[in-house]
Structure formats: structure tokens, C-alpha cells
Design a protein. Sequence first.
Lengths: 363, 228
Amino acid sequence: MIDIQDIVKEFDGNIVLTGVTETIQRGEIFAIIGPSGQGKTTLLRILGLLLKPTSGRILFEEKSITHLSDSDPVRRRFGMVFQSPVAFKDSVYHNIALGLRYRGFSKEAIREKVLQKLDEIGLTGYENRKATTLSGGEKQRVSLARVMVTGPDVLILDEPTANLDPVSTEVIEDLIRHYNKNLGTTVILSTHDLMQGQRLADRVAVMMNGRFIQSGPIFDVFTRPCSEDVAKFIGISNVLSGKIIRKEEGMSVILVDGTEIHALAEDPVGTQVKIAIRPEEITLHTGPDRLSSARNILFGIVEAVRPFGIISLISVKSGDLVLSVQVTWQSIKELDLKPGVQVTLSFKAPSVHIMPDENSHAC
Amino acid sequence: MNDLLTGVQTAFELILAADPEVITITLTTLRITFSSVLIGTLISIPLGAAITFREFRGKKTLISIIQTLYALPTVIVGLLCYMVLSRSGPLGDLKWLFTPNGMIFGQTILIIPIMAGLTIAALQAIDPIITDTIRSLGATRLQFLKSHLREARFAIMAAVIVGFSRAISEVGTAIMIGGNIKGHTRVLTTAISLQTSMGNFNLSLALGIILLAIALIINLIMGFVQNR
């Protein structure tokens, strides 16, 4: 539905987007994730037709929309919600009705549509309130209603919940899902919140240094990061360098910091690789003789315990290798885990994800 | 001190007795001031909007010049308008010198810079995200302007009040172009000036109180509208 072709954007000599290419399908929720300051907002402003790219093209239903005039009717098929909630100094009713007024709807039609939207966003009875007096979450719901009441084909949201509390965030996410599912609205959103990407998106793209370095179905990106940067961004804290030293029973044996690790790697012996192991895929136990089907069993000593709410990350040193392991707060108590305690780590060969050695290449 | 108290007392007596001269002066003042503010508003707001939303060379310089003209001395406007409106001047054929029309002309010129300047400031103060929202909702050029003016309406209303205050309180343009002709171009400020020089402090005070009362009422009305 939307073809983004090699979009470059420069501001006074600063290159913000270095060549973004992607195709967005009709009816999908596409999330752009990545750290702050990587060009997400700039790209969304270009897609929202508020900004023109320095070079590259955007096709919408096979027609270029890169250089639309201000009055082109195609603009009205796009809607945009911004990171900060927008409230005009007017009643809630007027705020939601604005886009319909622009489109010349009759008073009665506007009334019907606005009241329906108020109901959907759970603000029935708020029509005469001053929009500026609403809470941040309520304002953002009004901002979403103001766009959705015009029935756009494409809804663009730039970090729509970045300034909101968790309860308001959930309301907004439910509404986005509702509109996508029931109205078939194509949704493009950016977020620095990985979990939000996972909760909402059909497909994600990871944006770093002004381009997409990986994109695909959400499961693929989160389980098979293509580079160290992506792996670190999606929360895999164990990213290590190693070399394939031999093949054994259809598996590769990789030497990492002096320790041999079994993994499913296709690359030939002698290849330098990066490996990533999710902290939650490593099992930790204290008894020495635990039966395990895991191919990788390492013995080590607890170095540090870092609490993260009900889950803690524990650093374990095994020889020269240091791994982070995710353990519940309950287990820490039961196993009396503290620095100096001897532990056994086990993880399966398929849990070891192999990436090319060089970083930051697009994939 | 006693003089002042007697003065205030006499002033109220004059007002309550509906002194015909006081009434004529007040009505002339209101007519001239409201006309200048109306014409000034019709010119300043579109002018301010055009300067804010158009990109052109020298835009910053132009805004600086407009801001400098906030302090335009009334006697200079009076002098320039006198030269323009006098028989040999470019607009001499209008025969507006020493007429209420001439005074409206002068006061309009006097208040345009401050009203246009404050309109520009009001529009520039709008959060850029409001502008983005208006654009992304698919506003036409005219709808874009209307929505911005609506969003800035309270600040623009303040600009109108400031223009009104400057017009009703100035004396230089009124006396130089109007000539302070009794029953014709005499307004509150020129009358106060004349009566004071003649030693008629009671009448001057009465006229001063009326002037302040008008300003107060206008501000109360505007305040009421803003709060609604």
C-alpha cells in the first residue's frame, strides 16, 4: 500500500535519514522501533506528508505522494497523532469535530460522528469540557478521536504513549487495535518501548543511524536479531564474540572467551561470529547433578545480583566468560543467591543465536 | 488635597446631571475610537497573519520595524497625517483635515503597528504541534488561517484592547488633525488638555473619570468574553 523508496532527509547538512526502504501492507500494524534520536519522527513526518524528503520516493497505492500540493485530497486519507497530546483551546466537541468541519460535513453528521467517537474513547459526557483541562491520557484519546473521526486509510502515530501513564497507555493501545481490526486502518507507529512493539505490531523495523537495519515479522526480529546493535536494543544482554572451532554431531562448537559453546551454526569452521543468548533462556541451578537435556552446561560463580522488579539479572562468571541470567525474586531467596555462590548454568544449542561478526550492516 | 476632593465631587455632579457638553465630547470620542479600532483590526489581523505565515526576505527586519513603531509618538503621526491631509498634501482632496474622519485616519495609522505586532506575536506563540495537527487534518489554506486565528483569539483580543487603549488615550494626533473644535472634533483627551490650561480642573477631572470608566467597561466586557 505504501512503498518507501530510499528516503534521505537532510537538515542544514545534517543527514537524519540515510536511505529508508520498506513496503507497508494494507491493514497491518507496522512499528518502527529504535532508540531516541535515530530519525523515527522525521520518517513519520515524511509519511504524514508534513515534510518532504531530500531524495527518494513514497508511493501510495502505486502513485507518488512525495511532493503533494497542500490542497491535494490524498492528504485527507492520512491521519497523524503526535507524541504530545494536542488540545485546541476549545471544547472537546470542537476538538474532535475539526477535521469534519474542514471536510464540509453537515452539522447533524458532525454531531453523530463526534458523539460516536466520544463513546468509543470512553469520554461520553465530556463534549462541553475545555479540552485543555483534560489529563494527558484523556487529551491523547481526544487526539486519536480527532484523527479517526475523519476515517483515514492510514493512521500514523509518533510515540503515542511516550508521555502517558500505564493505564492510559493501555487504553490507547486498545483503541489502536480496535481501529485496525474493525475499520481496517493501516497503522504505522513509532515507539522506543519494545514491549509496545510486541503488543501491537504485526511487523517491526529497527531504526538505527537513519535507516532500517532489520525489519520483518515481530517474532523473527525478536528471536533472530541480525546484528549486535539490534540484539542489544531488543534486550539480549549476552552478546559475545567467538570463533567456530569444529563441527560435532551436526552442531558447531564455538570458542567464546576460552569456553566451548554448542550452537546450530551453518558457517564453516574458522568463521568469526557474534553469539547472542537471551538471559531468560539460561537455566540456573545450585545442585551439581541435575539432569538436563541442554547441550551447554557451565559451572560458575555468581558475581553480582541486579534486581529488576520481580525479576533479577544475575551475572555468572565461568572461566573468562561472563553471562547474564534471568532469575525470579523467589528463586533468589530459595537458592540463597549472592556473590560467591557456586552455580550451574544450562542452555540449549538452539538458544544460541548466531550473528555475523561485523556490526551495523543492514539485513 | 481639598481641591482634589471638591474636584471629584463636582465631576460626579457633572456626569450625573448629564451635562450636554460632556455628553457630546464622550460620544465623539467613542465614535472616533471605535471607528479607528474597527478599521485598524480589519487591517492589522490579516496583515499580521500574512507576515506570520508567509516566508519572504526581510521578514525579521519587517517585524523589528513594526515592533519599533509600537513607540511611534502620537505627535509624529499627527504631523505626518497633517501633511498628507492638508490641502496641498496627497490626500488633500478628501478635505479630512480638522474633521472626525481625519482623526480616525490618524488614529488608525497610530494603532496598526501595535495591533499587527501583537497579532504576529500571538500567532507565533501557537505551539508548532497545533500547526502540524491543523495541516495533517487536511485544512485548506483558508481553514488553516481560520483555525490559527481561533486558537490565538484571546491574545488577539488583547491586541485589540491595547489598540483601543492607545487610541482613546492619545492626544497628539487628535489635537493636530482634529483641531479640538467644540461640538465637532473635541474628544475627551483634547478637552481635558484645554480645560486644564484654562484652570477648569473640575471639568477636566470629570472628563478624566469618564475616560477611565470607558476603558474599564471595555476591559470588563473583554474579560467576560475571554472567560466564557
